[in-house]
Design a protein around this ligand. Sequence first.
Ligand code: SF4
Ligand code: SF4
Length: 164
Amino acid sequence: MTKDESFDWVERECGACQACCQVMGIHELGKPEQQRCPHQCKKGCGIYEERPGSCQAYRCRWLHGDPNLVQRDRPDRLGVIFDNHSALQGELQGLKYIVAREVRPGAFKGKRAARWMRALEEDRILVWVNFAGDNKVTGPVELLKELDKRQAAAEAEAEDSAPE
Ligand code: SF4
Ligand code: SF4
């Protein structure tokens, strides 16, 4: 999924998926995370032409067209939304990570989602799993230990530089 970003991206449409409308918080609407948007309807978004900027801007990695995520990995089916912008770009204390938003709690442990977890582990990428604002970082044990070490060092440095 992540090693080679030079693949051919696939043209996709959201279709019947409305996973991000449920999962994402939309500040313009005062809509919290993990709450159905009042504008969701059978055909998709009831205010599509006038939908808020946050909605217009958001494209998950599946929609963006990562060919490693196949049709059945569409977020409403997979139960997990991989953010696109964070892929290979995010750094947590200098370590690479990707954001995975659970559509249902525990979905990340599902069979196919777990497959992605293994692929990310092989690529040595941490996964920031989010469900309703509850975040946890997961990944290979040695990377998690390294993250703890770097976080502790950063905290110690912040304490040292704090005014007396
Ligand atoms: S989660 Fe992705 S595929 Fe589903 S509606 Fe949102 S952008 Fe479209
Ligand atoms: S306004 Fe439309 S696109 Fe935005 S969250 Fe609601 S239903 Fe989805």
